[in-house]
Each structure stands twice: as C-alpha cells, then as structure tokens.
Design a protein around this ligand. Structure first.
Ligand code: 1HE
Length: 266
C-alpha cells in the first residue's frame, strides 16, 4: 500500500501528527484554490489513502484567504471541453468527494473567505463545516452559464433544502455569518475556524475508530436507502460497532459510575 509520504501531489499538502490527526491543505492560493483537474486527482489520492493509513480525523484547510473558488474556470475555458470530457471530469469530482464522505474518517472543513461553486461542493463533502467571520457561501454557476457538477444537487440540497439551493443558483445569493449557520451551510461560526476545526478533530479522534467509521460512512449510505433497508443496515452496523472490544472499557466505566455523565451546557 502507498504511504502518505509517497504520494506525489500537485496542489495539496498532507501531514499527519502523532495523534493521527491529518492536515490536508489546499495549496493553490494564487488561484484562490480553484479546483483544476490535477487538484481533483490529488483529492482522490489523499482521501483514498487516509482511511487505510491509521488517520483518526482530518482537517481540510486552505492556504491564502479563500477556502476554494470552485471549478478552475480558466482551465475549463482553455480546454474547450466536449460534453463527454466534462462528464468524465465530474465523475472524478464525485470520486474525490465520495472518498471524503464515505471514507469513514471524520473530515472537518476549516472555512474562510469564498466557499463558492465547486468550493461549496468540496466543503459539503466534509462531515463538519466550521466558518469564520470572513466565510461566505454562494453557487455562482448560473451567472457563469454553468451548472453544478460536483455533487451540489445532492449535498448542498441536503444541507439547505431544494428551494434555497435553487434561489442561490438563480440569483447568486450569498450566505454568510449567522444566516449561513441558520440555513445549515456550516455547523459552527467562530473567530478562528482552523483552531476550532482542530478541537473538533481531536474530540472526534478520541472515539473508537470503528464508531467513527460507522458515523462517517453508514449515515451517508443509509440516506441513500429505503427506510426499510436503512433500518436493516443500521442493525447490522450496530451489531458490529456496539459489541466492539474497544467499547467494553467505556461501558464498564459507565456501569461502575466512573464515566462522565451527559449534562447540559453551563
Ligand atoms: C481562478 C478562479 C477560478 C480565481 N478558476 N482561476 N467559481 C467562481 O465563479 C468564483 C470565481 N472567483 C472569484 O469570484 C474570485 O476570484 C474570488 C472571490 C474567489 C477571489 O477574488 P480575488 O479578488 O481575491 O481574486 P481574483 O483577482 O479574482 O483572482 C486571483 C487569481 O485567481 C486570478 O488569477 P491570475 O492568474 O489573474 O492572478 C484568477 O483568475 C484566479 N482565480 N478564481 C480559475 N474559479 C464541477 S462544476 C463546478 C462549477 C463551479 O464551480 S462554477 C463556480 C466557479
């Protein structure tokens, strides 16, 4: 199996600390981290490998002041793609984002500046989105004469609902601040999105990896199933996860009253 340090990446950097927290950085700030074809291949390579490399959680962050400006419009224009070319480009985007969403490793996106178009598609494949005061969300595809191709019709519609997504695409409406949280584009709005993303990653990484695997893959898979099949799949997953050896000590601690209780926030 390839190791993370063996990956040859054009526009991403990856490191893993001693606690198994990976930092995945979009590293194309001079182009506002626009996603060209090479960058999408990098994302596929990295997120294919992380779940098998002992990584316990990942923070997806960006260099520069913008998280991601979406599809590389200049490359798209220069390539003068045929429909079938762009269909295949979209399939690679789906491959990358599905590796993130279904990989079983918690991915926490630390957002800032523009999270637009394909940048929002990327962010919406993370399990948790953390925004700061500079973060803004938009789907400018309509204004560019384009359509979403990186899964927004599934993931952004899931986050904000069909009507809001259509409004964003028809009008170019921008969401930011509390309103972005209220409509579901991010779960946290904090002064320092990166610091909070690491706190969340560390908290998640303290769960048994098998529990996190189920949380960060089974829920997404079950959303794609009928309720009947989802209930069946849930029972199978719970059968495996809820009897895992790693849970025994935690259950014993609850039973002997040494484990923390669940209390309301102060
Ligand atoms: C880019 C891109 C890009 C910047 N593709 N090169 N996405 C959009 O419609 C968003 C387009 N970008 C912007 O609106 C702005 O660039 C930003 C608000 C993100 C940042 O503004 P600013 O003033 O900081 O930067 P800039 O001067 O606009 O751009 C700096 C450089 O980044 C410049 O390159 P340079 O070589 O002239 O220095 C820009 O060309 C470059 N750049 N954004 C290529 N997107 C699977 S389908 C998905 C469909 C979509 O994603 S549509 C939405 C596309």
């Amino acid at each position: 199996m390839k190791r993370i340090e063996d990956l040859s990446l054009s526009h991403l950097t990856v490191s893993v600390d001693e606690d198994g927290i990976a930092t995945v950085s979009l590293n194309r700030a001079e182009k506002r981290n626009a996603l060209n074809a090479a960058c999408v291949e990098d994302l596929i390579d990295v997120f294919s490998l992380l779940p098998r490399a002992g990584v316990r959680a990942a923070v997806l962050r960006a260099e520069g002041t913008h998280f991601c400006a979406g599809l590389d419009l200049v490359e798209h224009h220069a390539e003068d793609r045929r429909p079938e070319d762009f269909m295949h480009i979209c399939l690679r985007w789906h491959e990358a984002f599905n590796k993130m969403e279904y990989g079983g490793v918690p991915v926490i996106a630390a957002l800032k500046g523009a999270v637009v178009g394909g940048g929002l598609e990327l962010a919406s494949a993370a399990h948790i989105r953390v925004a700061d005061a500079s973060t803004y969300f938009a789907l400018p595809e309509g204004q560019r004469g384009l359509f979403t191709g990186g899964g927004a019709t599934i993931r952004v519609a899931d986050l904000v609902g069909k009507a809001r997504m259509i409004d964003m695409m028809l009008t170019g409406r921008v969401y930011q601040g509390d309103e972005a949280i209220a409509v579901g584009l991010a779960q946290y709005l904090v002064p320092d999105s990166e610091a909070r993303a690491y706190e969340i990653a560390r908290a998640a990484a303290s769960n048994p990896p098998l529990s996190n695997f189920a949380i960060c893959s089974a829920i997404s898979h079950m959303q794609n199933m009928s309720a009947l099949d989802a209930a069946y799949a849930e029972s199978v997953v719970a059968g495996i996860v809820n009897t895992q050896p790693a849970a025994r000590g935690r259950l014993a601690a609850f039973a002997d009253k040494s484990a923390a209780r669940v209390r309301p926030n102060e």
